[in-house]
Design a protein around this ligand. Structure first.
Ligand code: MSK
Length: 652
């Protein structure tokens, strides 16, 4: 059997699941084969009850749906709807964070504080909130209000989109895709995909892009900034990743989903002497709170809590038999977890009114009772420890060291040294040819791709070619597990230019920037590169790119569209389901560059994809007339020789 993952812990748990007669996403995905080709190509339309209709892309069968829509219209409509769903998920997350900040400012959120008043003042000024009183709570209330108003704004331009370089904004205005309000753009595109509405593929794509931009430069950016204000801006810290972080003799609580509000509180409560004493009384040595997916990234970035696994490992974590409870909030939670849990003793606890799952216990999260709810969840998890079936426990040994906690603000210091807070060393590295460029590798896992394979091999190829990688989401989880976030371990993959920079600055070659919404940090870091100067006046001129090599969710579609529309070329795999329309595919992979300065690469082979991205970075370098790369790339069989040659060059 072809291996379905390259992660040893995952493979061990897949084997155990088989022995325990447990069905997981890997099995269910296999049962779905063969997939419907019309769906894969995006030419299946389900917008009305005359359908589903499908168009034959080979030109032999039907060429129009019952209403007369053609393949281009169907494909564009499907991708637009997908984008709206993704943008709404990120943005509703941002809105909930804003609400939490507001409740905290009113003293109505139990146990929360405002941990980064400096960032609060910075954002307040940007939003034209009067900061002269210095009253943190009053200012936080106004900031929260202004941010919430950004969702329902009907006209004008998003305030945070003003952070973009002038050229970028001009381009958006000219193309009429500058977002007004977050909800406004999402609702508009949903209206457009209704039956009997827009059938013009290009127009649909433009409105989908506008909704995507309202996510990246609106909902997600608000989520990142307000989370930093409320829970503290991250700083580099050490932790561990993979299923080996679960304790043999500790109460294990897994938090999973995306929102930091309750998970932060669970970590806080679990670390109190009261809860630790209770755990000891029940026979456990301690309490381990670890995370899955982006909730993991939130508590890792700020509290150093370990990361148990990425998206495709959520059920396999339960298969260890060592998880007392899995506490879920929103997004990327497989309903399958409540089918796996009864085979062990794990309690599945849902906490959001928007994401309930049959078979789970539900504790409704409310800011007013956050500490009480967290205490109740931790206590129940401790009580459940005695139900652990020891003969069904198998915890993989695998766990890797990592450094996480980088942000646009603190990376200044790490790249520039404590006394030179600027992006200068980064820009200089690119100008002088030590660093080829920067690539953001983000996104999910997908059962259509060998788990973790594309992330790892794509990144290896980039590092060899002196490309600095920044990462978020489940890609970060993957790269952490495979040792790329460890300053010592990660260096073995780097070309000499990148290695020199990482050693001099003391950073890993892959920088963890947080969760999915924190892709907004990639945008703000690019803005700083432009501001620093020397490598372009517009994001589309920078030697940078983005990639989601194992994309799965609608949020990935929205992210990909806003990144590309911001002038940053995007590699995306499995591809957007657009190949049933030549026109839509051509627009995204080529013509889009004329409009937005960036385009899509849909490539399944990670090495080939990396080479295409490297060629793209080189094209940008050439246009900017940057110096040639200082060192030849480390390359497969010739690695050893090249390394010797480069070592000699460095020495001389
Ligand atoms: S959790 S959107 S599987 S990255 Fe953000 Fe992971 Fe993708 Fe969900």
């Amino acid at each position: 059997m072809k291996e379905k993952s390259i992660d040893k812990a995952t493979l061990q748990m897949m084997e155990k699941a088989k022995c325990d007669n447990v069905c997981t996403a890997f099995d269910r995905a296999a049962q779905q084969e063969p997939r419907c080709g019309f769906g894969e190509l995006g030419v299946c339309c389900q917008q009305c009850y005359m359908g589903p209709c499908r168009v034959d892309p080979l030109g032999k069968g039907a060429q129009y749906g019952a209403c007369g829509i053609d393949a281009d219209g169907i494909v564009a409509r499907n991708i637009a709807r997908n984008t709206a769903i993704g943008a709404s998920a990120h943005s509703d997350h941002g809105r909930d964070v804003a609400h939490n900040l507001y409740m905290t400012s009113q003293g109505k959120a139990q146990g929360y504080e405002i941990k980064d008043p400096v960032k609060l003042m910075y954002v307040a000024e940007e939003l034209s909130v009067d900061t002269s009183s210095g009253d943190v709570k009053k200012i936080a209330a106004e900031v929260a209000h202004k941010c919430m108003a950004e969702f329902g704004k009907q006209e004008g331009e998003l305030i945070m989109a003003q952070r973009a370089p002038e050229k970028q904004k001009e381009r958006w205005r000219k193309l009429k895709v500058m977002p007004r309000g977050v909800d406004r753009e999402i609702v508009e595109v949903l209206h457009m995909v209704h039956m009997g509405m827009d059938a013009d593929y290009r127009n649909l794509l433009m409105f989908a892009i506008k909704a995507g931009l309202s996510d990246g430069w609106g909902g997600s950016m608000i989520a990142t900034d307000l989370t930093d204000i409320q829970f503290g801006s991250p700083n580099p810290l050490r932790s561990k990743a993979n299923l080996g972080v679960l304790g043999e003799n500790t109460v294990n609580i897994l938090v999973h989903g995306h929102e930091p509000t309750l998970s932060e509180m669970i970590v806080k409560v679990a670390r109190t002497p009261e809860m630790k004493a209770l755990a000891k009384k029940k026979g456990a040595e301690d309490i381990t709170v670890a995370g899955i997916c982006c909730t993991a990234n939130e508590i890792l970035m700020r509290q150093g809590a370990p990361l148990a696994g990425n998206y495709l490992m959520q059920e396999l974590a339960i298969v260890t038999g060592a998880v007392e409870s899995m506490v879920v909030d929103v997004q990327c939670i497989m309903p399958g977890i409540t089918q796996v849990a009864p085979c062990y003793h794990t309690k599945i606890i849902t906490t959001s009114k928007k994401a309930r799952i049959p078979g789970a216990v539900h504790y409704q999260f409310e800011e007013e009772r956050a500490v009480d709810i967290a205490r109740q969840i931790v206590t129940e998890s401790i009580e459940n420890y005695s139900n652990r079936k020891r003969d069904r426990v198998q915890i993989p040994k695998e766990s890797s060291d990592l450094i996480a906690g980088f942000t646009t603000e603190n990376v200044f210091y790490h790249l520039g040294g404590k006394f030179r807070p600027s992006f200068k060393p980064l820009n200089e590295g690119m100008i002088q040819g030590r660093l080829r460029g920067v690539v953001g590798v983000v996104g999910c896992n997908n059962t259509k791709v060998v788990h973790d394979y594309n992330h790892v091999n794509f990144v290896k190829e980039l590092l060899k070619h002196d490309v600095l990688v920044v990462t978020t989401g489940c890609s970060a989880g993957c790269l952490a597990k495979h040792g790329f976030l460890d300053p010592e371990g990660g260096l073995q993959y780097c070309g000499n230019g990148l290695k020199e920079i990482c050693v001099a600055v003391g950073i890993p070659p892959v920088l963890h920037l947080g969760s999915c919404v924190d892709n907004s940090r990639i945008l703000t870091a690019c803005i700083e590169m432009v501001k620093e100067g020397g490598i372009g006046t517009d994001l589309s001129q920078l030697p940078v790119a983005g990639s989601a090599p194992e994309a799965m969710s609608s949020k990935a579609t929205s992210i990909a569209l806003y990144v590309a529309a911001s002038g940053i070329a995007v590699h995306f795999y499995p591809p957007f389901q657009v190949h049933g329309s030549k026109k839509v595919t051509e627009y995204l992979t080529s013509e889009m560059e004329k409009d937005f300065g960036a385009y899509f690469i849909f490539e399944g082979d990670p090495k080939k994809a990396a080479q295409k991205i490297i060629a793209h970075l080189d094209k940008k370098r050439e246009a900017l007339k940057l110096k040639p790369m200082m060192y030849p790339p480390l390359n497969g069989e010739t690695d050893k020789k090249a390394a010797e040659k480069q070592a000699a060059v460095s020495k001389s």
